[in-house]
Design a protein around this ligand. Sequence first.
Ligand code: CP
Length: 337
Amino acid sequence: MNRFLSLGALELGEIEELLALARRLERFPEPSALAGRVAGLVFFDPSLRTLASMQSAMARLGGSSFVIAPGRGSWPLETRAGAVMDGAASEHVREALPVLAGYADLLAVRAFASLTDLAADLADEPMATFAALVQTPFVNLESAIDHPCQALADWRTLDELGIPRAGKLVLTWANHPKPLPLAVPAAVAEMAALRGMEVVVLRPEAYAFPEPLAARTARAAARAGGSFRESAERDEALAGAAVVYAKSWASARHYGDREAEAALRRGLGDWCVDEDWFAGAPAARFFHCLPVRRNVVVADRVLDGPRSAVVFQAHQRLWVQMAVLHRLLAGGERRGR
Ligand code: CP
């Protein structure tokens, strides 16, 4: 393995090996495993957890990292092929990423969805293009349609909390002031399906998964013997859930049309997860990838109550990313200069 682009691209056995490695690194630290190794972290978009946990993971394994935020302290970068670069971007990724790869043993990139062109976002080409520009090991830190580090951390969270493999995970759409990418919902649904869970996506009709994502989740369920379906009926969907995972995402119906999307959301203020959502699933845990908008996505009493797993969930990012970095970098040849 020298690319970590999507959980679904791995064999189920490889995912299990990464989770076992994460457990081993938590119990038996290897503070010199990546001594002398450097990770280059490129963030086209903001982060709290991903940035901090990747740097912490490298440091805890004895390595180091540098961070590039294009346009915020380093040159704005162009990503489009064939662009006439007479605008804000000073440099193209075609030069910048290979240059950075020469300074590092691994590159990791975050670049969110455009939120303007659904077909292009679903194709998720920019991240594959970035990865193809370099020979170094490469990690997707969230692309248009995937967030494999989050997905792997969520799998570990489910394991650590003792959520059964065949348990019911309800991924619910939630209200938000603005349309958000499909990356986390797509990655979470695929992860839960790969884990063999009963996956239900609860959402208003206008927020149905785009067909390619529904098909991807169904394929994952078929691989692992789980199931996947969508529902707009809250009580029916939530009944018997072991986990309620809230996330907002943009409507495929109005993708790129912010006014139409805003009009749609004005009638959906009650899609804020509250305690009464758990009447049919009293023991269910509450998940969210964070950051989360309190009292818009989820009520304070849920987030601050005993069913909330969100901070524990975020902490799992560290251990699984240590496993990914260890797998990609430990034992390989050090780069010559
Ligand atoms: N969940 C997650 O990826 O958090 P950040 O956007 O803060 O990195």
